[in-house]
Design a protein around this ligand. Sequence first.
Ligand code: TRP
Length: 440
Amino acid sequence: MRRGAFATRIGAIATAVGSAVGLGNIWRFPYEAGTNGGGAFLMIYLFFIAIVGIPLLCAEFAMGRDSRANAVKTFASLTGRKSMGAVGVMGIVASVLILSFYSVVAGWTIEYTIISFSRGFKSTDVETLHSLFNSSIASPAKSLFFTWLFLLINYFALARGVRKGIESLSNLLMPVLFLILIVFCVNSLMLPDAGRGLRFLFAVDFSQVSVTTVLSAMGQAFFSLSIGLGCMLTYGSYFKDSTIIPRTAVSIASLDTLVAILSGIIIFPAVFSFGMSPTAGPTLVFETLPAIFGAMAGGRILAPLFFILLFIASLTSTISMSEISISFCTEQFGWSRKKASAAVIGLSMALGGLCALSFGPLANFKICSLTVFNLFDFASSNVLLPLGGVCASLIAGWAYPRSRLAAQLSLTGNKLFSVIRFLLRYIIPLCILLIFINSL
Ligand code: TRP
């Protein structure tokens, strides 16, 4: 079967960046850093990006481009065992769980785009913002509506083949998002309590670190880089042979991390200056940003622009998540793209509905003391993605022939290759398993 290939190196990088940069950086990173003690979390997160994230990103790209197939088929063919396709299936399950809760938050960005266009954000008062959030997000009808709206937009992008259009639009607009983030950073740095916010984000206090902190930082690294479920593997299968994988992986990881840190620099000074709490959890960014926009000169214009861009960044991330299931269904079952998209999005609408309601009517419905939303978030990011990472690194390190991996990475005969392979064979699996065992 002929498969599409990305036209240029920039195209390949930009699309993978489109997958990596999304709500994970701007919404999830600040809330995870906030609940896990700030600076120490950031340090551990950076450690995981460098030691686990970049090598795994390289491995996923390499295996995908080598096999030019979906994740299930790739794992089965590289190991010579059909049963190893289960690793890919686990990735598909994880991607549907992520798509479900991610769409709820993406729905919030649609709703906040509308609010910022219509009445705008005027107040910086914590109580007012809290009730704004509650009246929009916690309202079951609105929350369901916007979650489903977001998923339907995905369906049209995926099934109608306008995906490429959205991705090029995103390539065009992401530099704009980046510029806006810089403007917001400068604005936040001038807030009265900016110093406290920065200290929270950058001052490392290891006495605050628990196993949960380490587990969460690892989960965030996987989530933010889109690794562990075969998503980047699928994108790797569309890479051109001339794309230099390690360089691409480092560029993606650097850009992705930069956006997360910028987001932290925007949020935490505001959290302290407006008297909020950094430990608010998933709602943190959506209560902090309106306060920032309310107090900022030009906020009335920048707020809608920001939310539109965040929405587009979310869309390119969810497109990448859906792609793994869709490429599986079309290649394995011979389904049409339309049918595969309908199946994936339909399932996500059902599960996403439960996630949407877990801020309202289902707030007290808990499994293992977590709401459906938090359970999906935790189970996918902190369990399934790292577990997928263990399998992917073991397969890349042990089953995948050394020479083929080296050739894919353009590192034949290079010392750096031995380092990457050593990390994949021993350090990454051991590191992840140790953290798992400890957190049990
Ligand atoms: N990385 C994206 C973000 O930060 C989310 C994402 C897209 C993802 N594809 C993924 C997370 C695959 C895990 C696996 O918003």
